[in-house]
Design a protein around this ligand. Structure first.
Ligand code: HEM
Ligand code: NAG
Ligand code: NAG
Ligand code: NAG
Ligand code: NAG
Length: 511
């Protein structure tokens, strides 16, 4: 009896102390920090169960309408501040990039699935700087000379595929974007429905699915990774399997290239140069694989999706297509005289505006942006943010806000005819802000530009009867099938003849 009472007393004393400490800490925290309005959630898990697993853009936009320019969500142990205007994104994620653009911990998607080697999830550290520098070298300075001939050839192949197999237009987009990067990085092309490309997109989708907040409990509570012993971490075997599959897909390409180097059949490319550098010799085997793998993945899906978005825009609001064609016809002829080419860019600023509008219109590559982490306590307009707070640009809400854009829902390239058509990063957040801005933006923009110029010149895009496109809910993850239906037909017999004449050789070229 006595013993039970003593235990009870001890337990309640401990409880009182813990609660007291929690209250004191909360008071101290509240004195020291102040966050924007918090979206109510449940204890411990916060808003984890409210956020949809996919298509979070409309969800976060609704919250923006209710809570204003900045609001706070809790995903497990992580505090996220959503930035809902270009003004605050610029002030914090761009002007203060030195402290705002690190990354939070992702024990599942970065730790287990990527063995800490995926650049897009690396925090600010030496490893990130090294990998980013390598990618920057290949993707920016040399982009024009190195990428242009491949983009020219592959976009001809794209037109050929649209003519010959119009039902496979989505696979053709994927092949196109992938083949450009494969040519530059591995010195080889990819074919339509290439099983390697199909598998590459599968691994990418596995990553994207798992990266959504709320999907992996350990990414919401990174502390679990430290307090639960590895053999009890029930998520780990699944993460390991995804890692094995991913590494296998990457390794297959790298092995093939290394074999070709050994047997003397390798075509000179980024990979042959890179494998000789000191950087690569200092790098772990896994890191090497992920440099190659990220180039393939990030370089393929984004262009495939953006070309798709512009096609959806062409089907659902054809008025601008007529204006784009007026410009194309003036430059390339009213009777399908020749294909548009990069040299025409100065005369085709409407096309550049179309491409920018394609990045803005329905930002479904990163609907709620990409989370970055603040590494030092900071103050802004009366708020005090603790180090460790996660920030993101609320991409969908900003792109579709009437405060940012006139008639935001309309696909309206004219909004970008302002003398800055050639500044691909200005006026939208499609490539992200600050120091984490997409390192491949120039290549990506050029991919989309030449493809769209040629496709709009040569083909009509119309809705399939009974299958209208709902542009607000185009799915992001489709396992290699088209995310919406579209009927592709040549503009005229002459345009079909032009494609046959100018594109067949590109489709038959092999290396
Ligand atoms: C069509 C176009 C593309 C779009 C819309 C796009 C979009 C993005 C976005 C939104 C981010 C995240 C930015 C952030 O976290 O703030 C990103 C990062 C990145 N992108 Fe792209 N991208 C495109 C093309 C490419 C291409 C062609 C490559 C490479 C071949 C590439 C490689 C990367 C890499 C490596 C990162 C991570 C950078 C870092 O974390 O430091 N992207 N991209
Ligand atoms: C060289 O290696 C590549 C990749 O493994 C292989 O496809 C090719 O057939 C090889 N060529 C010769 C001549 O051995
Ligand atoms: C294209 O622009 C250049 C100047 O930038 C001009 O000389 C040329 O005539 C234009 N061509 C067409 C077809 O409009
Ligand atoms: C936040 O986003 C919503 C939705 O796009 C918009 O209507 C609202 O005006 C934005 N608020 C601010 C303060 O920018
Ligand atoms: C994707 O599609 C392929 C073939 O159509 C199928 O084998 C695979 O299981 C699918 N993957 C998922 C995750 O649905």
């Amino acid at each position: 009896m006595m013993a039970a009472q003593q235990i009870l007393l001890a337990v309640s004393t401990v409880a009182v102390i813990l609660i007291g400490r929690w209250i004191i800490q909360t008071i101290q925290w509240n004195r020291k920090y102040k966050l924007p309005p918090t979206v109510p959630g449940v204890p411990i898990f916060g808003n984890t169960f409210q956020i949809p697993a996919l298509q979070q853009g409309p969800w976060a936009k609704e919250l923006a309408e209710k809570y204003g320019e900045m609001f706070t969500c809790k995903f497990g142990g992580n505090t996220w501040v959503f930035l809902n205007s270009s003004r605050v994104v610029t002030d914090l994620m761009e002007r203060r990039a030195a402290i705002y653009n690190s990354r939070p911990e992702f024990p599942m998607t970065q730790g287990i699935m990527s063995r800490d080697s995926r650049i897009v999830l690396m925090p600010y550290n030496e490893q990130w700087r090294t990998v980013r520098k390598i990618m920057h070298q290949i993707l920016s300075a040399r982009a024009l000379d190195v990428f242009m001939p491949f983009q020219d050839l592959e976009s001809k192949n794209l037109c050929w595929d649209y003519l010959e197999t119009p039902d496979r237009w989505w696979s053709a987009n994927g092949r196109y974007a992938n083949s450009v990067i494969m040519s530059v990085v591995f010195g080889r092309r990819s074919s339509l429905d290439d099983p390697h490309v199909v598998e590459l997109f599968e691994t990418l989708e596995l990553f994207l699915e798992n990266q959504q907040p709320g999907v992996n409990i350990v990414d919401a509570f990174p502390v679990l990774d430290k307090i639960i012993p590895k053999f009890l971490q029930w998520w780990r075997p699944r993460g390991d399997r995804i890692y094995e599959k991913t590494a296998h897909v990457y390794r297959r390409e790298v092995d093939m290239l290394e074999n070709k180097i050994k047997n003397g059949t390798a075509k000179r490319c980024f990979g042959t140069d890179f494998l000789k550098t000191d950087e690569v010799k200092k790098m772990s085997e896994v890191q090497k694989l992920f440099v190659f793998g990220t180039l393939m993945e990030a370089g393929s899906d984004t262009s495939r999706v953006t070309i798709g978005q512009i096609i959806a825009g062409a089907v659902t609001s054809p008025d601008w297509v007529a204006r784009a064609r007026a410009e194309l016809d003036k430059v390339c002829g009213y009777n399908a005289e020749r294909l548009p080419q990069f040299e025409d860019r100065p005369n085709l600023s409407y096309i550049s505006a179309v491409v920018k509008e394609g990045f803005r219109w329905r930002p479904n590559i990163a609907e709620i942006g990409a989370p970055t982490m603040l590494i030092k306590d900071d103050e802004y307009e009366g708020y005090k943010f603790p180090a460790g707070t996660v920030f993101t640009w609320n991409a969908w809400a900003i792109a579709l806000s009437p405060k940012e854009y006139e008639e935001p829902e309309r696909f309206w390239p004219e909004r970008f005819l302002n003398g800055e058509e050639e500044s691909a990063l200005k006026g939208h957040w499609g490539f992200g802000p600050g120091r984490r801005v997409c390192v491949g933006w120039k290549v990506g923009e050029m991919n989309v530009w030449i493809a769209i110029a040629r496709l709009l010149y040569c083909f009509d895009f119309t809705a399939v009867p009974g299958k209208p496109i709902d542009t607000m809910t185009i799915p992001q993850i489709t396992n290699n099938s088209a995310p919406f239906a579209v009927k592709v037909t040549p503009r005229s017999a002459k345009h079909a003849a032009l494609v046959r004449r100018d594109c067949e050789a590109a489709a038959k070229t092999q290396y």
